[in-house]
Design a protein around this ligand. Structure first.
Ligand code: FES
Ligand SMILES: [Fe+2]
Length: 362
């Protein structure tokens, strides 16, 4: 990006991000380095590494990673790259006492120390202690394991600010994964985030969801690096003739949508929570990972299937509008837009965080 982006701190005066940052492939390279490699990113679940020796491998911004629970019960993260000639110390997931590289058999402890380099006698100035796996910051919260590629990043939990307390009632650490679906969309990742961050499109894009939520009472709150949108779920006293998903719900129930800068969200409903992770595949292609979590007691009932079907319908509606918006952002007629003060505070907040991110400081 040649010129710095400026977003007015007052939503009523502000313009949106310029269309060029959604379509310029050069921008994505910088976002990967300056945004995605400097924020806590979800790479897996805690239940994949619950006992000592449990491990899984993952990839974040092209970096191969290894996450393991060590003998002492501590969670550790490493680059999954052998210090010999860059072979793979671990593959897939499972449980191990040591990691043995799949290329020439160097073995590493669960703490990353190099334990054995076969047939390495006579190598000058070689000290095994200097050839441990390179560590990466890995921490855990709720049901998830996070990695931050920035060595100097603030620890995960304080970085989440009010979020742990705001989601306490959903008991996130007790929820169980039911299923995952991946959606690939032809749009920039920010188009999807923008769309997520407002309920303004609800009446036009999601007629069925709009029947569940009380659009007139839709609320938004922004915090330092996250935001919360909420809407009461209509109570039975408003029972319409249409079939509704939360027919039985009491009037005080709410749907809460939490977004954390830059790219993950928790959608909290009375009986389930879904996680979304939004990852850029290219400037014009985005992967949205959806995972649905339920309390153990609900897992074996019919409720999950109904929830997922409903959620899938909404996601397809969102994907469809995002693809059209992305195509239109490329039109010579459009440069940038304005925000609804009432409905688009969270989008404006995202654009501000984006503009203030290190992307702009270079
Ligand atoms: S690359 Fe791992 S042992 Fe050679
Ligand atoms: Fe939507």
């Amino acid at each position: 990006m040649d010129s710095k982006i400026s977003i007015d701190p007052e939503v009523s005066r502000s313009w949106t991000l310029p269309a060029s940052v959604y379509i310029d492939p050069g921008v994505l390279e910088r976002e990967r380095k300056e945004i995605f490699s400097r924020t806590w990113q979800i790479v897996g679940r805690r239940d994949q590494v619950s006992r000592p020796g449990d491990f899984f491998t993952a990839e974040l911004m092209g970096e191969p990673l290894l996450i393991v629970r060590d003998q002492a019960g501590e969670l550790r993260g490493f680059f999954n790259v052998c210090r010999h000639r860059a072979g793979p110390p671990a593959v897939g997931c499972g449980s191990r006492k040591v990691f043995r590289c799949g290329y020439h058999g160097w073995t590493y402890g669960l703490d990353g120390r190099l334990l054995n380099a076969p047939e390495f006698e006579g190598v000058e100035d070689f000290r095994a202690s200097e050839f441990g796996l390179v560590p990466v910051r890995a921490e855990e919260w709720g049901a998830w394991v996070f990695v931050n590629l920035d060595k100097n990043a603030e620890p995960l939990i304080p970085s989440l600010r009010e979020l742990p307390q705001q989601t306490e009632r959903y008991k996130l650490d007790l929820l169980k994964l039911h299923s995952r679906r991946d959606y690939v969309m032809d749009c920039n990742w920010k188009v999807y985030i923008d769309n997520y961050l407002e309920g303004y499109h609800l009446p036009s894009v999601h007629p069925s969801l709009n029947r569940e939520l009380d659009y007139g009472k839709y609320e938004t709150e922004t915090y330092e690096r996250h935001s919360r949108q909420s809407s009461p779920i209509r109570g039975p006293e408003n029972e319409a003739t249409v079939e509704r998903r939360y027919k039985q719900s009491a009037g005080d129930m709410a749907a809460e949508y939490f977004w954390m800068f830059p790219n993950w969200m928790l959608n909290c409903y009375p009986d389930n929570v879904s996680l979304n992770i939004i990852l850029p595949l290219s400037a014009e292609k985005t992967l949205a990972i959806f995972e649905w979590y339920f309390p153990e007691s609900v897992l074996k009932t019919d409720a999950p299937e109904t929830t997922i079907k409903f959620s899938d319908e909404i996601q397809l509606e969102d994907g469809h509008i995002c693809e059209i918006v992305h195509r239109n952002l490329k039109s010579s007629s459009y440069t940038r837009g304005r925000f609804s003060v009432k409905q688009e505070r969270c989008v404006h907040h995202f654009h501000r965080l984006y503009a203030e991110s290190s992307l702009n400081r270079a």
